[in-house]
Design a protein around this ligand. Sequence first.
Ligand SMILES: [Ca+2]
Length: 449
Amino acid sequence: MRHVFLTCLLALSCGLFALPQASRSTKATEKPTYNVLFIASDDLRPELGCYGNQLIKTPNIDRLASRGVRFERAYAQYPLCNPSRTSLLTGRYPTQTGVMDNETWFRAEHPEFVSLPQHFKANGYAALRAGKIFHGGIDDTDAWTEGGEARGFTGARRPPNTANAANANGASRASQSDRIVVLEGDGESNGDYRTATRAIEYIERHKDRPFFLAVGFAKPHSPPAAPKKFFDLYDPAKIRLPPDFAPRPAAPPGFPDISIPRRNADLFIGRDASEAEAREMIRAYYASVSFMDAQVGRVVDALDRLDLRDKTVIIFWGDHGYHLGEKGKWSKAYSLYEVGARVPLIIAAPRVKAGVSVRTVQLLDLYPTLVELCGLPIGSNLRNTKPNLSNRRPTAPSYAANWTPINMAPRSIGMAGLSSLLKIRIILSSRRRGGITDLNSRQCSLLLH
Ligand SMILES: [Ca+2]
């Protein structure tokens, strides 16, 4: 815990928490009331123009980055949707939430947790949901004033065979997930287009009261999908494969086998990828990203049109990293490599100077960051730290940024943490109700790139 203490201390010494903890009942003149536009993209690694990719077309996110702070070294807590999102949305490490798969609902074990939208709702905001924010079918339904999705089950875990039908059958999943989808028109039939439309409708309807609007785009999660015009932006012949491309997943010599699962998830499941197929899949990923970027543009343009930009904190984030053939791996699940953990993160807020931060930050810090930017009280049991928006102290002490299970057993779990120094910390822990207790840990001097 020393690192957490140090971080808090540094933050306090820098006066980061000097802002008044204004409640909605305090005088309106003390601090403006900001809206929040909280935009997530599912399975997006920092494959964007503003992150240095000169081939991909992402003009809307690039424009947002030019107006805000782009975090060069941002990491998810866990390379899988539900654990990462639950961590961010509760402000707690996966070892504290106990959620390390895509089937567990955090609130069954932790009814006392106050989720991020719930906190804004409790402080007078309209908490609005469009698209995927919590993991599919495991929403924190009552946290929202509008848009909450009924959970598909009761209890702590989704029962076997009630996940979506494609997941229940490996062969079916592979054939569904691997296909490349070309959408008609502007993609109006796709869920992401409809999510943007719904978000715009929320903004128009709630423009005169404080809102926390969470907009979760599903792309570029598999299956890759976009209208034809976005595929036409990319010539497969110009797409370069990663230098460590391989037809199937394998840990490089000298690296632990557990650092990479032997079977891919989402793409190229149980089959090899040829170089030509890999280029086509990367092209489809790029097209999906450009399609998602267009939806981000529609939503942000609505803010500008209604003159809400100066009253709104905008966050854009991806929920974990992603392999596009690096080390033969595709997608994210249980990767222990930086490419599986690093995420795009952009924060554009009123009165925050635009720039690039090279400090190592983690998605876990978004909850307290947003709470502070909006002048809300911090939860009594929440970690009180945040990404440094000003790019000061880029070498300040940081902490383990990513965790992944390496061995599951009924009463024990092996975890590996990817630290800010990109070293692996192996931890052997025991499962207990309400959390996981470290039994032993050691740090390996392995650099995983
Ligand atoms: Ca995801």
